[in-house]
Design a binder for this molecule. Sequence first.
Ligand code: AMP
Length: 219
Amino acid sequence: MIIIMLGAPGTGKGTVAGILQEKLGIKQVSTGDIFRKNIQEGTKLGKIADSYISKGNLVPDDITIGIVENRLKDDDVKDGIILDGFPRTVVQAEALDKILKESGKKVDLVVNLTTPEEEIIERIVNRRVCSNSECKTIYNLQLNPPKVEGICDKCGSPLVQRKDDNEETVKSRIDNYMKQTSPLVEYYNKQGNLYNAVVSKSINKMGKDVAEDIAKMLK
Ligand code: AMP
């Protein structure tokens, strides 16, 4: 089963993907996490990625596609994968279709999350993530705070704020989403595998409710 998480920054892709991973037993793979790990380790890829990510821009297609193509060959994703944050351009989506087709697979479900724009910035500046790379649980200081300030409920590791989760970078991330990623909604709508969900405090629908709905639908 190949699942794609689509949506502007801060709509809850990582949260929904994390819950689906637990419920469905399919590995969540986030291109953003791969880049952040490389930045932390100071690799060549990390240095290149950081020059784009810190400005709120997308990492070039050829680099990103190469990473996903290699990751798809790993044994732990042979029965399925939840791609969290990939594809983000039509070029990436076309490349993914081609790669999957070569091994007789296809995209089975695209989860498209939307959140009212005025909520997005608030969600992003209040986002904190578990620093343990095996855990990576996502919190929101207002909507879903940890029980003990600064500490992950699940594993006890310190929570951190992503470097690109600031108001200035977020604006270009949203802008880039509108220009480069939003055409994918129509791309997958045409393929007939799009599932739309609104994540918003104004309708009391949070990522975890959406994940429950999807898990029920798939079982
Ligand atoms: P995320 O953790 O998904 O919010 O990604 C963090 C940042 O990594 C994004 O703002 C981009 O700069 C970069 N990134 C992640 N996935 C991709 C992708 N599929 N294509 C290009 N850049 C990406």
